[in-house]
Ligand binder design. Structure first.
Ligand SMILES: [Fe+2]
Ligand SMILES: [Fe+2]
Length: 163
């Protein structure tokens, strides 16, 4: 993706969700690490850009405003999941529901956005099958971005340990 393309996506994201991006809790998520050295905020924005990119690449007629807002809020669980040791049940199985509850509390969240947030961990959460195309796109985008962030995190660690 070129810098110009990314800038255009960011302009679209800002105009559809300036209230979410500027909110206190979303700003708080800049302090929580998601994968490697990437914050939850950065991860959420990257996943949102990837959703738009996938929709454009495959000519999917998505509800772009809902997709942007649902993608930005998909990991709106608002805690550091690395702290607190082993959770039972683990973070991977519970955070989508927590994020959905937080999102419904803080923003006007529609049916599509709710489905996106609640179902984004499919197929790990095997019973929560995406119920709309925006959810299916988010599922794929989240896996792609998470894999890239995790691999980059390992590479950074390896590079540091080799010094
Ligand atoms: Fe997630
Ligand atoms: Fe995610």
């Amino acid at each position: 993706m070129t810098k110009t393309e990314r800038r255009e996506y960011m302009t679209e994201i800002n105009s559809a969700a300036y209230d979410i991006l500027g909110s206190e809790n979303m700003q708080l998520s800049k302090g929580f690490i998601q994968h490697g050295s990437v914050s939850v905020y950065e991860h959420s924005v990257s996943v949102t850009v990837m959703c738009l990119r996938l929709a454009d690449l495959f000519h999917i007629n998505a509800d772009r405003r809902a997709m942007i807002r649902g993608a930005l809020l998909h990991d709106y669980f608002l805690y550091d999941w690395h702290e607190g040791g082993l959770r039972c049940p683990p973070h991977g199985f519970t955070h989508a529901e927590t994020a959905m509850r937080n999102a419904c509390r803080d923003f006007a969240v529609g049916r599509k956005e709710r489905d996106m947030i609640y179902c984004h961990m499919f197929p790990l959460n095997i019973t929560r099958v995406p119920g709309c195309r925006e959810s299916a796109i988010l599922c794929v985008a989240d896996k792609l971005v998470s894999t890239e962030e995790t691999v980059n995190g390992f590479a950074e660690k390896l590079a540091k340990s080799a010094k």
